[in-house]
Write a new protein. Structure first.
Length: 658
């Protein structure tokens, strides 16, 4: 049962005598911050009192008079200015935890109205280096798929790969002019990534050179404006400060642009091979764009190359996904929708939704300056057109009730426009949600880059995590020599390596998932694999330790689970742990509310912490009597099941021994 949802329902009923719209007030029922006062607290009396112009304590009294929770809670009380404190009845909690223990779904009920979700995530641009941002999308998206499925919804995971963009013109140009055949034979994707970087470097070199004079002139002009600004006497101090701040920011921006252009030029000038390639290909950017245009126009040679490249790129991605222990229901990339784009444009135009603007076909959306461009002046369709065609497909063929886009926050404007355009187009019933996320930062405060900055780089990142995990696993297992209970290492080399894979990959995933997805976070190896703290490692050890208890006690877990209703809650640490275990469904529902996996990581972290407190206060194998021992073993067993299930819903595995 979802305790929180149930309490909110009861509150909504009680509040309906006071307000016509009780929902937002009922939603103010929360788990108590301080368990001294109870298990849950409701703060709704205060805002409601304000609205009604009456004393908050009176309102609180009136709410509890109407509140029907006697089967769940002991009598609610009112504290301070009008907080309502609720404490679950011990007998109710005890029966609830026994029910969870007897339930394969661990208390998670199926929804009355299951929804159909399409989740668009990972979605890298293939043939272009996949970056850590895509790892974030991949990890968050996969967790959301698993959690929404566990809640009883139907989910289609869709890898909307970028397999039709300008990067193909770049690699086609690169392939035609710079390919190293034998490198391509050995490792096609590695060679394509090299070609992509090469063409990119050379294009940027020429662009930077072409822009240099203008950038210098802009900087000089801005510096002059700043000097003039500093000399002004007609402004008051505040106005002057504001003006100078802006002028200085302009100068800094110009300086940075110039520095970046100079850096790009210097990098090529310093390398004789690069320099001679650059000199031999002065129009490379335009020519690469021409290759893209030729591909899109159906040029047989380019189409053949594209058909050769794409499957290899996908196979390389596949190996990363396999390592991450995940897969997609469908991989329908941008190219899939290309045949439909002309029809989409015509449809939007004839419905009067898209209009001509300076030769381009656009959808204008109220409140946005920039339109969603459907067809550019040169006739090319866009990323947005493809996204509209994709929405139509997901509606008509996949029957989506909700479409989630797990994509970098930098694309939020695109999605605002896209969703508004889709609604104009008639898709008013669908939930569209940009599940946006922030940037992964390096410890140097700049966006984190994998070492090589390519596909292989992402793989080497995983390797690095596993190697770091292996050192931890070795240390831990070696240290068992000093353990009185089991004075010997438990794992052989193969087992240690398998555990390291679980810990390393799990560590990377968890490090990502436990942050509020919208914030940027700093990637830190040490924090990620710490044995204590809010990490996967901590929980994986908690899980393995539970297994250790059963092994040491010679307890058959399957047989133990046959003992129905045997959990008895007497000690406070038992009660606290049991309450937490009964909140598992609430934690999953919390994730689904706004698509935030960190609701679940936080829950699991609290669970592992409550388990340690429980261990400190309640002997398990050495409990005073048989009934207490059985009860505690069952509680520990259920905790292990919940940690295991919770981690697996985050895409993180556990090991029985570590
Ligand atoms: N390929 C895009 C990128 O790498 C992300 C695609 C996200 N999904 C979408 N339907 N637009 O930035």
């Amino acid at each position: 049962m979802n305790i929180l949802a149930e309490l909110r329902r009861r509150f909504a009923a009680a509040l309906s005598t006071l307000t016509p719209d009780p929902r937002p007030f009922a939603d103010m029922v929360r788990p108590a911050q301080d368990t001294k006062f109870g298990d849950f607290q409701a703060n709704c009396a205060m805002p409601l009192a304000k609205q009604l112009g009456r004393p908050p304590r009176d309102i609180a009294q009136q709410i509890i008079a109407a509140l029907d929770v006697a089967d769940l809670c002991s009598a609610p009380d009112v504290a301070g200015p009008g907080f309502i404190n609720l404490k679950l009845r011990d007998d109710w909690l005890q029966s609830a935890v026994n029910q969870s223990a007897a339930d394969d779904r661990l208390g998670v009920q199926t929804p009355a109205a299951p929804r159909r979700y399409v989740i668009d995530f990972s979605s890298p641009n293939v043939a272009k280096p996949m970056h850590v941002g895509h790892l974030r999308s991949t990890v968050i998206g996969d967790a959301l798929c698993r959690i929404l499925r566990a809640l009883g919804h139907s989910v289609v995971s869709d890898n909307h790969i970028g397999d039709w963009g300008t990067q193909f013109g770049m690699i086609i140009y690169g392939y035609k002019h710079f390919a190293d055949r034998s490198a391509y034979e050995r490792n096609a994707v590695g060679e394509l990534a090299r070609l992509y970087r090469l063409v990119n470097t050379l294009s940027e070199y020429h662009d930077a050179r072409a822009a240099l004079a203008q950038l210098e002139a802009t900087l000089a002009a801005r510096q002059q404006l700043l000097t003039a600004g500093e000399a002004r006497t007609d402004l008051d101090a505040k106005e002057l400060k504001k003006l100078l701040k802006k002028l200085r920011a302009d100068v800094t921006a110009s300086e940075e642009e110039l520095a970046s252009a100079r850096k790009k030029i210097a990098a090529v000038d310093a390398d004789a091979d690069l320099k001679s390639s650059a000199d031999a290909h002065p129009h490379i950017a335009r020519l690469a764009r021409n290759e893209t245009a030729r591909l899109h126009a159906g040029d047989p040679e380019n189409l053949r190359l594209w058909q050769e490249f794409v499957p290899q790129c996908i196979a390389a991605l596949e190996s990363i996904y396999q390592r991450l222990d995940m897969s997609f229901d469908v991989t329908l990339g941008e190219s899939y929708y290309q045949p439909q784009l002309a029809g989409v444009a015509e449809n939007l135009k004839s419905a009067g939704i898209a209009t001509d603007s300076d030769g381009a076909l656009c959808v204008f959306v109220e409140g946005n300056n920039a339109p969603l461009i459907i067809r550019k002046t040169d006739g090319a369709f866009t990323y947005g057109t493809t996204d509209l065609a994709t929405i139509a497909y997901r509606e008509q063929e996949l029957h989506a009730d909700a479409i989630l886009y797990v994509v970098d926050a930098r694309q939020s404007e695109h999605f605002d426009l896209l969703f508004a355009a889709a609604r104009k187009w008639g898709y008013t019933q669908t939930e569209f949600k940009h599940v946006s996320f922030g940037t992964v930062m390096g410890e140097d405060g700049r966006p984190f880059k994998t070492r090589a900055g390519d596909n292989v780089g992402l793989e080497s990142l995983l390797d690095e995590a596993v190697a770091a995990a292996r050192r931890i696993v070795d240390d831990n297992d070696d240290a068992k020599r000093d353990d009185q209970d089991q004075p010997a290492p438990e794992l052989d080399d193969a087992a240690r390596q398998a555990v390291a894979e679980i810990v390393g990959i799990g560590g990377i995933k968890y490090a990502d998932l436990h942050h509020n997805r919208e914030s940027d976070y700093v990637f830190s190896w040490d924090k990620m694999l710490a044995k204590s703290g809010d990490t996967a490692t901590y929980m994986q050890y908690a899980y393995a330790r539970i297994g250790g208890i059963f092994r040491r006690g010679g307890v058959d877990r399957a047989a133990l689970r046959q003992q129905a209703d045997a959990i008895r809650l007497t000690a406070p640490a038992e009660r606290a742990l049991a309450l937490q275990l009964c909140r598992f469904p609430d934690a999953l529902a919390g994730v689904a509310e706004d698509y935030r996996p960190n609701q679940l990581t936080q829950y699991l972290f609290e669970t592992a912490n409550l388990l340690s407190t429980f261990y400190e206060q309640c002997p398990v194998l050495k409990a005073d009597d048989e009934a207490t021992r059985t009860s505690r073993l069952l509680l520990v067993d259920l905790t292990g099941r919940i940690i295991e299930r919770g981690l697996s819903l985050l895409g993180i595995r556990v090991a029985e021994k570590m």
